[in-house]
Design a protein around this ligand. Structure first.
Ligand code: MF3
Ligand code: CO
Length: 259
């Protein structure tokens, strides 16, 4: 399968879904606090998404049972929301995919619960910065390896690990499409990017070693050394002269700023 090329009309629909993910994550941001059960975030998110005419696309995807992937501390991605309460000092990655009008938007953000330790705060900052380093390489004529190399270089220079078992992906008519967008690799390798391709870039970065295990539920991905991991994700469209970030952290960060 070659990566799909989307029209402007289709990209507008992917953007609408991606922005609704941003709105959902902003609602999640309002709720993040010690004592909140992560299942409460999931219930709110599902109701919010449906109230806006969206469909929570993760729910039922290959049997995933929830609207949100909620991954606390050493969980990297694909954590199940649960009755467990968030605690001061935790970090929590929240990943959400919405389908609306036939098109998917995908975005994720890692939140601090109250005050977090400085090395963990720096991990969040570096992971988010690495996402934008990858996005800088997302342009027609570059290859997916240019994105992966930029992410990898940025985080490894700072002593962090790149989780290699999972990657970003094309997104649009389906949640997961070609190409794979690895978070590591060689410049000039991988799939050639063309105008109209839409990809989700999503570095998963560890404070310690990059080795991971899979939880007994078959989904949760966690660091084997038990150290924290962070995950930030945007959906971006490749344009003639660069890319267009279709999702947005603006609403999330506006909530966080005023907390
Ligand atoms: N948002 C995830 C991704 O970035 C997908 C979650 S997997 C699911 O690819 F099965 F839960 F949907
Ligand atoms: Co994704």
């Amino acid at each position: 399968m070659t990566p799909r090329i989307y029209t402007e009309e289709e990209i507008a629909k992917i953007r609408a879904s991606a922005l609704l993910v941003g709105d959902t994550l902003a609602e999640v941001a309002k709720m993040i606090a010690p004592g909140v059960k992560t299942i409460e975030l999931d219930r709110m998110a599902e109701a919010f998404i449906r109230s806006k005419g969206g469909v929570p696309a993760c729910k039922g995807y290959e049997g995933f049972p929830f609207t949100l992937c909620v991954s606390v501390n050493h969980m990297v991605v694909h954590g199940f929301p649960s009755e467990d309460e968030l605690r001061e000092g935790d970090i929590v990655s929240v990943d959400c995919v919405i389908e609306k009008d036939g098109y998917h938007g995908d975005s994720a953000y890692t939140f601090a619960v109250g005050h977090i330790e400085e090395p963990v705060r720096q991990l969040l900052e570096a992971t988010k910065a690495s996402l934008y380093k990858g996005i800088e390489q997302a342009r027609a004529g570059n290859r997916t390896g240019d994105i992966g190399n930029a992410v990898q270089t940025y985080v490894e220079e700072r002593g962090y690990g790149v989780v290699r078992e999972l990657c970003g992906h094309g997104v649009g008519a389906h949640m997961h499409e070609k190409p794979d967008v690895l978070n590591y690799g060689k410049r000039g390798s991988g799939c050639l990017l063309k105008k109209g391709m839409v990809i989700a870039i999503e570095p998963m970065i560890t404070l310690g070693k990059r080795s991971i295990g899979i939880a007994k539920d078959g989904w949760g991905v966690f660091t084997l050394d038990g150290k924290a991991a962070a995950h930030f994700e945007h959906s971006v469209a490749i344009t003639a002269d660069g890319c267009d970030i279709l999702s947005s952290f603006a609403n999330v960060e506006n909530v966080l700023k005023n907390k």
